[in-house]
Design a protein around this ligand. Sequence first.
Ligand code: GLV
Ligand code: MN
Ligand code: MN
Length: 400
Amino acid sequence: MNDTVSGLLDAIEPVGRDPRSGGYRRPVLSTAELDLRSWFVQEAEKRGLGVETDRNGVIWAWWGEPGDGALVTGSHLDSVPGGGAFDGPLGVAAALVAVDRLRERGVQPARPFAVAVFPEEEGSRFGVACLGSRLMTGALDPDKARSLTDADGTTLADAYAKAGIDPHRLGRDDAALARIGQFVELHVEQGKGLIDLGRPVAIGSSILGHGRWKLTVTGIGNHAGTTAMRDRADPVVAAAEIVGLVAALARAEDDARATVGRFEPVPGGTNVIASRVDLWLDVRHPDDAVTRGLVDRIGAEAAGCAQRHGCKAAVVEESWSPTVGFDPALGRRLADLVPGAPVLASGAGHDAGILAAAVPSAMLFVRNPTGISHSPEEHVERSDADDSADVLADVLEGLL
Ligand code: GLV
Ligand code: MN
Ligand code: MN
C-alpha cells in the first residue's frame, strides 16, 4: 500500500466543504460524516482490518483478532461548523497509514491492535463534546444522551436509530474499555506551540479543564415599530451586554478563556423584538475551581444585567471536563520513542482526555503553521502530515 496521509486527506477534501468559505461542516451522523465513516470503513477493509461499530457508535478496525488490552489509536471525523480539514481526520488518516508502515517494517502485533473513530467529538450537533468516549466511559448518562436534540429538534436517539445504531444500547461499555490497553491519539496542534519551537511533533501532557453552559435570557417579544424604547424588555440588548461581561470577567482571571460562539435570538426576525436569546458559554482554565468560580460570577452578573433590562437570565451546564494529565509512564515511553519531541499542554479537548480517566492515554500533536484551528485557516503541510504517520508508526511499534 503506498498511500500517504496527505493523499488520504485529498480523497475526503470535498466532503462537507463549503466552497465559498472553504470551511467544513461535518456534524455527527450527517450525510457528510456518514460519508466519512463509510470512507474509513472502506480504507480499513482495503487493509484487511476487521471493522465493527460498537453500541456507542465508535468504529473499530482490528488488525487481527479483537481482544482485551489492545493498543488503540485513532481520532474523530466530525467537525465544528466552519472547521478545518485536519481536526480529527489527520489522526484517522495517520492511523491508517501507520498500519501500512508497520506492515512494511514486518511488524506483527504481539497483542491486539485497533484503529478507532469516535463519534461527536466536537459536540457540534448535540451539544456534548466527546460524546462517544463519554458514553463509553460512563461519563455521560445514556438517558441524557438519548434525549439530546440538534438544532432541528431531532433527538440523538432518532439520529442513532436512523444510522442503524440501536439507541437503547448506549452507555458505559466495560467490554470496550477492557479492550483498550493504551490509547494514543494523533491530532493537529490547535495553537502556536510547535511553530514557536520550530518542531514538527509534540507529545501532549494535559488537557485544559473546560465546560459548556447554555445561558438563556428571557424578555418580552414584541413589535419593533409599535413598542417604545422605554416599554421594552429586549433580551438581545441584555444578552449583548452579557457577552461583553463574559469577556471582561475572563480577562480579569489569569489563564482563563471564555467564549460565546453561538448566540440565537428567538424567534429571530428583523422587525421582531425577541422573546428570548439562547447563548452558549465555553469556559476553560487549568484550575477547575477557578473555572467553576468564573462561571458562577458570569451567572450572577448576567442575572443582574438581565434584570436591569426587565429580563431574566438562567445558566444550565451542558458538559464538564476537568483538567486531565495524561498517563506519566506512557508519556515517558513516548518521549523515548520520539526523541527530542517537546511536551505541550492542550487547550483543546479530545477523546484521549476523556479516555484518560479509564485507560492509559497519550497524544501526539502535529505542527499547524497558521496556529489557527476551528477555522478554514487550520493547516498542516503535506510533508508534516505524511511524516506524522512514520512518527505514529514509531510509537505504535515501540508500544506493541
Ligand atoms: C474541541 O476541539 C474543543 O476543544 O472544544
Ligand atoms: Mn479534534
Ligand atoms: Mn476540534
